[in-house]
Design a protein around this ligand. Structure first.
Ligand code: IPD
Length: 279
């Protein structure tokens, strides 16, 4: 039986390459920075133009599908996941990196049907690494199969998380305390590459052993979630329960042992949901 979503994935791959080219070209020019919800939540004209390119291309080809895009939601579009075929798009995951020309900048696209992720594409476009994963068919980087490290011992692990200023002092302190807790297990180290989608692909390809984060969005997670799952990784909620794409939080790891240990060690703080509060 033919795969109804493979054609969507093939088309999306072509659109993603064009988006990546647009981002690389924009890096050669002056970058105008605008603020969104806070002085550390940035957006550029390129985020908006790249999202327009992606959504208009996909909409023309698939007019009945739904779309959740970071910049469209920021402009007031709804962020609700239904059973319909839905494209979840982050035109530039790592906008702060883009602004500083720090080389982890990705286009991240996940495609869901009946709320399940069917495929994911993450293009780390400065590195020129195209990560792809179709449900049940494995994960790839530039066409070559990738898999997680398989590490089970957290004390021999490299852990990824992201840290950013939070106006709420209590949450800020919990975020910093979590980093201290993980470091003092001890682990080999903690890194913050600055793009959630790239972080998941680094775990998927065995360059890091786990990634945890509270406060990201479905568009940061959808593409990478497919890649890390198909690479043999484990994905769960920070509570240790099942992963929920709209929950704004996740742990991914090379093994269940490490994911569960992180869930046990870190303290949660409330981050809201994508499907109830918007951006
Ligand atoms: C951001 C990146 C970053 C994470 C932020 C996200 P954006 O995405 O994924 O790693 O720390 O929470 O918002 O805004 O550049 O698409």
């Amino acid at each position: 039986m033919s795969d109804p979503w493979q054609e969507c994935m093939d088309f999306c791959l072509d659109v993603t390459k064009r988006a990546g080219k647009m981002i690389r070209e924009a890096l050669q020019k002056d970058i105008t920075i605008m603020q969104k919800s806070s002085p550390v939540d940035l957006v550029t004209e390129t985020d908006q133009k790249v999202e327009q390119l992606i959504i208009s291309s996909l909409k023309e080809k698939y007019p009945t599908h739904r779309f959740i895009g970071e910049e469209s939601v920021a402009a007031g579009a709804p962020s609700v996941l239904t059973d319909d075929p839905t494209w979840i798009i982050d035109p530039i995951d790592g906008t702060t990196n883009f602004v500083h020309r720090f080389p982890f900048v990705s286009v991240s696209i996940g495609f869901t049907v009946k709320k399940e992720i069917e495929f994911g594409i993450v293009y780390s476009c400065i590195e020129d690494k195209m990560y792809t994963a179709r449900k049940g068919k494995g994960a790839f980087c530039n066409g070559n199969p990738i898999k997680v490290s398989g590490q089970k011992d957290i004390s021999e692990s490299l852990i990824l998380t992201e840290m950013g200023f939070k106006e709420d002092a209590e949450h800020f302190n919990i975020m910093l305390a979590n980093i201290k807790t993980i470091l003092t297990i001890p682990v080999h180290g903690i890194r913050s590459p600055g793009s959630a989608a790239v972080n998941m692909c680094l775990v998927a390809s065995g360059s890091a052993d786990a990634y945890y984060h509270m406060g990201i969005h479905c568009w940061d997670m959808a593409g990478g979630a497919a890649v890390v799952t198909e690479a043999g990784g484990v994905i769960m909620d920070v509570s240790g329960g099942p992963f929920d794409l709209m929950s704004r939080r996740l742990i991914v790891a090379s093994s269940r042992t490490i994911a569960e240990r992180i869930a046990k060690e870190i303290t949660e703080f409330p981050v809201g949901r994508d499907d109830t509060e918007g951006p």
